[in-house]
Design a protein around this ligand. Structure first.
Ligand SMILES: Cc1ncc(COP(=O)(O)O)c(C=O)c1O
Length: 421
């Protein structure tokens, strides 16, 4: 199990399951295909094909490692973004404490691939899933698992499911990001009641507090910071009330990819508590970053002196129809590209090995298997051209691809990333 499973990914056969990969690679293992170092543009790949930039991926991994270290934050990148164990391990090699996940199925994937610390940023009430977690904890003394609680009833359901299990499950109280926000306890008084309910069990252990500032209603720097201060104050109050007694570490966790600058600032205000504080940041989208939503909202626009993330995805599609001077159609659609936050962006046109900016080309709609392109008179687009599309929203880009080539700037494919959604 674990890193062995990771190594075995290279033994998987390349076949019809993986769109975009060269048909003449059928039957090779992924490792054999990677060793051939084929070129993305000349090596027999078929469109549409989503590629990750090797250099940009490494840049993003390094940048957030450096950022977290500089600000004294432990890092549990959200794994639901990529669901790629190879990337989980690279994140850990780049200093991550562990991996954040949202669903028990995702924890099973992480465990299969040897992840030893999991922060489940969600409530977990399913008795079968809880028993599986308890079995994992019983079987592996080094497995660290933490999940959310946000109601007394939830605590009771967890307790009932876990009765008789060997190790208590560590939980953090989730503070909601505001009235009308997503999950999480609305008031500090209710948080205390949930903490009391946890203390009344032997199956659960309260180890901290958490929440997601990305859900603060009408977020702006002041509102986000105000909420983060509430989260810190909650940790302090619960600690003063002795609710973390016996913990050798108190967890305070927040932070996606939109407000980690605010998290870093406000978490410096955490006073000394009765145990060491694990300040856990959970950004996930940073790993590939993007050309739309996250490019607009990244904190690095506010703190350019700390670096800049690079969009690492490019979706390559071919112009299959050019029925009028204003219209062109490429063979990538909703099955291939994220479209929940923005449509893809036409970035470059490739013809005969030459690449140039996609001037005058824009994506106006997606069908299941086509993108609709509008072209102005200055656009130079012909049937057969490849169009490089930038994407918006990493989470809904990764999940459309099961095996993603990782290409260097000259197109040499050096690796393949397997996803498990
Ligand atoms: C609870 C929680 N934490 C962390 C994240 C990661 O945020 P991002 O996707 O902006 O990196 C998410 C994303 O939805 C989330 O729901």
């Amino acid at each position: 199990m674990g890193t062995e499973a990771l190594v075995h990914l290279a033994d998987e056969r390349v076949d019809h399951r993986f769109k975009g990969l060269p048909p003449d690679a059928e039957g090779l293992t992924v490792g054999e295909l990677a060793a051939q170092r084929r070129n993305l543009f000349t090596g027999g790949f078929t469109t549409p094909v989503l590629a990750l930039s090797a250099e940009r991926l490494e840049h993003n991994l390094t940048l957030m490692e450096t950022y977290a270290a500089r600000h004294g934050l432990a890092f549990a990148p959200h794994g639901k973004t990529s669901m790629a164990p190879q990337l989980f391990h690279r994140q850990i090699e780049h200093g991550a404490w562990g991996i954040t996940l949202a669903m028990p199925h995702q924890v099973r994937v992480a465990r299969e691939f040897g992840i030893q610390r999991v922060f489940l940023a969600n409530e977990l009430l399913d008795p079968a899933a809880l028993r599986w977690v308890a079995d994992q904890l019983a079987a592996d003394a080094d497995f660290r698992f933490i999940c959310y609680v946000d109601s007394v009833r939830g605590v009771e359901l967890m307790d009932a499911a876990l009765t008789g299990t060997a190790r208590p499950v560590d939980v953090v109280v989730e503070l909601a990001a505001g009235e009308g926000a997503r999950t999480g306890v609305r008031t500090e008084a209710e948080c205390a009641a949930v903490a009391d309910a946890v203390a009344a069990t032997t199956t659960l252990r309260l180890v901290g507090v958490a929440g997601y500032e990305g859900e603060v209603p009408q977020p702006d720097p002041d509102r986000v910071r105000a909420w983060l201060r509430r989260l810190v104050a909650l940790a302090v109050d619960l600690d003063m009330a002795g609710r973390f007694a016996g913990c050798d570490e108190i967890v305070v966790s927040a932070g996606g990819s939109a407000w980690f600058d605010a998290v870093a600032d406000v978490f410096t205000e955490i006073p000394e508590l009765s145990a060491t504080v694990l300040k856990l940041l959970r950004s996930g989208a940073y790993v590939s970053h993007d050309d739309g939503h996250y490019r607009r909202i990244t904190p690095f626009t506010r703190i350019p002196e700390e670096g800049v993330l690079e969009p690492a995805f490019r979706l390559w599609a071919q112009v299959v129809s050019r029925p009028s001077p204003e219209q062109a159609f490429v063979n990538a659609g909703k099955r291939d590209a994220a479209y929940d936050l923005d449509l893809p962006f036409a970035q470059v046109v490739r013809r005969d090995g030459e690449e140039r900016p996609a001037t005058g080309v824009s994506v106006t709609a997606l069908s299941d298997q086509h993108a609709w392109l509008r072209t102005t008179p200055e656009a130079d687009v012909e049937v057969g051209d490849w169009i490089g599309l930038g994407l918006s929203h990493p989470c809904t880009s990764f999940d459309k691809w099961q095996l993603i080539p990782v290409a260097e700037a000259d197109g040499t494919v050096v690796d393949y990333i397997r996803t498990f959604f």
